[in-house]
Design a protein around this ligand. Structure first.
Ligand code: SF4
Ligand code: SF4
Length: 317
């Protein structure tokens, strides 16, 4: 049972409805209103795109429809008239706006013909509708909005709100990558790759100091291997030949294209954060101090202070 729907706004069995064409007499309609706003077309698209491999998705005007199909097979009822299976479905509709309404209606079984076949039809349709709603609320950008709403309305922490959302949506299926838009993902870097290229001994390199906004300005590379097999993923790496290596580090950051490998940071660091590794092909130097023990950093800033080309930036945590 979806707990979210226990306090459903109301259940109707009448020809009236808030908006749209609802429902024919005797159909069951579940309507749940959530105090979250959904108006940005990119966010609406995100929900549609995020679930298109999980449910049959459709969109019309300000509404998104998610349909779950299932098949009932080999019904034992003697009135089954030889049929071996029947295809059934339930559709959940998300009405966007200042608040989000999630609506589903369960058609009377006559819609599918030979009603006696389908044992517990309404119960199953109700269950699947709730599963669809729980899945939408747990996986799409609506989960972020729900958490935000719970934290502000109930004055609880983000973690508590996440736990509460999980408790409210026990039927949710896990859908990977169901939030496919830039607004929810990290902001796209304004500048792709490195820009400050200078020529050193006929080759391209960049001058210091390190650009401290590198994570906002540069693209993150795909992971690549060091000579000793460590996997590294920098911001601003171009190509695979180490010519432009980019900046590495979460909070002890080194711009490898500025570093001249004098080893001052290695000598200065009291806790052994850095160690040299070979990177052939880089213009500025072919050895780079990898922050292999970055979590040990005590933020003394010694390395930042001794680096001649100012290739290091420490972000005290
Ligand atoms: S800030 Fe201090 S502890 Fe951290 S890496 Fe630099 S020298 Fe080492
Ligand atoms: S002190 Fe600066 S230039 Fe020297 S090895 Fe460390 S990062 Fe490179």
């Amino acid at each position: 049972m979806s707990l979210l729907l226990k306090d459903r706004v109301y259940t109707m069995q009448s020809p009236t409805a808030k908006r749209g064409v609802y429902p024919l007499h005797g159909y069951k309609l579940g309507l749940y209103r959530m105090p979250i706003k959904l108006e940005d077309p990119a966010e609406i698209q995100s929900i549609f795109q995020g679930l298109k491999n999980t449910f049959e998705m459709d969109m019309y005007a300000d509404r998104i429809y998610a349909t779950y199909n299932w098949i009932e097979e080999n019904m034992p009822d003697p009135d089954a008239k030889g049929y071996e299976q029947v295809k059934l479905s339930v559709t959940v509709e998300i009405v966007t706006g200042e608040v989000v309404d999630i609506i589903y209606q369960i058609f009377s079984i006559e819609k599918f013909g030979d009603p006696q076949w389908v044992k517990d039809y309404r119960k199953k349709a109700d269950h699947f509708a709730k599963m669809v709603i729980d899945t939408i609320l747990r996986n799409t950008i609506l989960s972020d909005k729900m958490v935000e709403s719970l934290t502000s309305l109930e004055k609880i922490s983000e973690n508590q709100a996440l736990i509460k959302l999980e408790e409210l949506t026990p039927l949710a299926q896990i859908v990977p990558d169901a939030k496919p838009i830039a607004k929810i993902e990290k902001p796209k870097p304004a500048v792709a790759g490195k820009k400050q290229v200078i020529v050193r001994d006929g080759e391209e390199a960049i001058p210091g100091p390190i650009d401290i906004e590198y994570k906002d300005k540069m693209d993150q590379s795909t992971p690549f291997k060091t000579s000793t097999g460590n996997m590294v993923q920098t911001w601003g790496r171009v190509g695979a030949d180490n010519k432009v290596m980019g900046v590495w580090g979460e909070f002890c950051s080194v711009d490898f294209d500025i570093c001249v490998a004098d080893g001052a940071c290695i000598d200065a660091c009291p806790v052994g954060v850095y160690d040299f590794f070979e990177f052939s092909g880089n213009v500025a130097s072919t050895k780079k101090p990898l922050q292999i023990n970055e979590p040990d950093c005590i933020f003394c800033l010694a390395c930042e202070g001794v680096c001649p080309p100012q290739a290091i930036k420490i972000y005290p945590q």
